[in-house]
Design a protein around this ligand. Sequence first.
Ligand code: C2E
Ligand code: MG
Ligand code: MG
Length: 745
Amino acid sequence: MEKSRECTPMVVVQAAAVTQDPSSFPSADEPSPTVLEGLVLPHRFRAWSGSHFEDDSDNLWKLALEGSGAGAWDWNLVTSEQIHSHRWQQMLGYEVGEIAHANHEFVSRVHPDDLATVSTAFTNYLQGRSPSYAVDLRLRCKDGSWKWIHTRGTVVSRDAQGQALRMIGTHTDISERKAAEAALRDSEERWKLALESTGDGVWDWHIASGREYFSKRLVEMYGFTEDELANKPEELDQRTHPDDLATMQQDRQAHFDGLTPTYSNEHRVQCKDGRWKWVHTRGMVISRDADGRPLRMIGTHTDITDRKNAEALVRQHAYFDPLTGLPNRRMLRDRLEQEIKRSRRDGLQLAILFIDLDHFKEVNDTLGHDNGDLLLLEASRRLRQCVRECDTVARMGGDEFTVLLTELMPETDLEPLLHKLLQTMAQVFQLGQEQVFVSASVGVTLYPADGTEVEALYKNADQALYVAKGAGRNRFSFFTPALQEAALTRARLTNDLRHAVGLQQLQLLYQPIVALASGAVHKAEALLRWQHPERGLISPAAFIPMAETSGLIVPMGDWVFEQAALQVQAWRRSLAPHFQISINTSPVQFQHSHRPDTNWVQRMAALNLPGDSLSIEITEGVLLDSNDSVTAKLLEWRDAGLQVALDDFGTGYSSLSYLLKFDIDFIKIDQSFVRDLQPASSNFTLCKAMVAMAHALGLQVVAEGVETAQQRDLLVQAGCDYAQGYWFAKPMAAEALADWVAART
Ligand code: C2E
Ligand code: MG
Ligand code: MG
């Protein structure tokens, strides 16, 4: 047993591993106790002697092996004697006989990095955990270089307890294959590096084994370090957003099945810190088995979070109103289309409410846009409060909102909700220091009773809103077929109106304006009429709004100006040298896009008409809208001596600041104040106040709609300068007016 005591530790260790704890397999340089004391060498054991096996059958095997180019070894696990064939020795560059027949000769040549692999493979084999002992390892050659060897062996003799006593095996030089593999790996590495340099992460998936490789950049993309995910790449896989798994699976399968040349999918991955990242993954199967089943796939991850965020932002802008965060017109349309489908299926009813804030414009213009925004925000909050979660409140732009009420039973009564909505909107709005009151006008239409298409429903709601506003605001109005009829009539009339000027269907009537102190008549207001071939005389209240919405008011306004200019030129000669005609204008005529074609000032100069021969009546709407073009126009008129009258004073916002800011010559007290004028009435007080205020500002006052002597007297008492009304004269044709004036003097 001297021998076993002398034997290299490795042999002892390897033998010990057979019976003892495999984890005790020590490294080559760690001595370990001899445990084979007392073991008897089996009688059958034959050692190599030089290059020969001792019995014939062994000899045959040896020849066969040497012929194949493989080396052979024969190892006595008890004595740790190990015989290496010629080829074995030559493979490492040794002369035959240069290497002692001992296991340590083998062990000492094993690359330190491969020792653990070898011992694990060996232990697994001896303990029956793997069916064969086969392992790739590097051995040091005589010249110090390394060779890759594939060694495989088998136990050929055991003792009575089944412990291995002898193993034989082969050595095959696989350096070339390993070099080729290394070169391939190298080029793969380079590819991965190249891909990584683009900022992308790289993955490599061995489908058959399920092994996955993630590059450094890839794991870092999600806030991990390589170490954290080493050996457990599945942790990253589990971080895919559950909603995205199905499409990933589909896209991958399509590529596996050859339907797409590459695999491409966008999905979310949760980072280590819990945030989600959007990635675009692209990949390709690079090897398949004989049946075409994918074996390996490589690909990349590109971080597209920024792009996705930008897309979300664009979507947000495209579908939501930036100020209130409410769905916008586009989004509402999508929803309405969906809801129509759903209601059709479920036999339910929908209601569409067009809502317009009354007097929003005044607030915006007088208190500034910031306060206007505050008002809109608060209004949208109140609207939301009035409806259920399933309903949609959308902002269509400006002060227009739309509410879509869904899932209504056919018998649902909407009136309580509409009353509540109006009440809520009529409550005071606190805008910083300011308190304002606005109200809402609401037009309502129902699906399917009033219409089944989006366009038709919108049109209905719009008509109903038009009626609600026309009826004095702060109210709701349901769409009815009569509205539909009225809308149709409007459309037809608008069409007829286009030809009215050319067909000479328009006419100007004149209503005298009387100087109250003297009774003199040096002024008249031109009032437009439309002689419709079928419908007869149409009043301006009926067709001016149509002319405004269609833009026809601009050429019509120019026509009015031209007629009045020619008329006043004539009357200045025939009636009174300072005669003045006032003409009405619409705010639309002041809008940029509708700048009149005719320059009135130039035209008057051409006609040799002094500026004060015309007075232009404007409404507060023009001043509210005041932009640079309005201001410029008013200044141009003032410089030319034209006078400006503020019509319908007292009905609108009636802001003093306007009177001061713009150079106004007259205010015209609206008929509504004159109508109920009684000595002790509040209207009388108001009239007196308006006159006093106007005079204090250097303006003159015209009262409209004077129908009785008492009204006239009270206006005289109030200090009013001029008056017009049926009590003096109704609007009349030009010739009639000339006669009327002549008759008075
Ligand atoms: P407005 O400028 O306030 O004109 C006064 C309106 O009151 C006229 O109605 C006139 O006929 C009516 N009126 C006059 N005296 C009395 C009275 O004693 N009692 C009553 N109840 N009414 C009286 P009309 O002519 O129907 O015009 C209505 C409105 O149409 C005008 O109101 C004006 O705003 C607009 N309009 C008329 N002509 C034109 C025009 O050429 N261009 C523009 N843009 N608007 C015009
Ligand atoms: Mg007028
Ligand atoms: Mg008026």
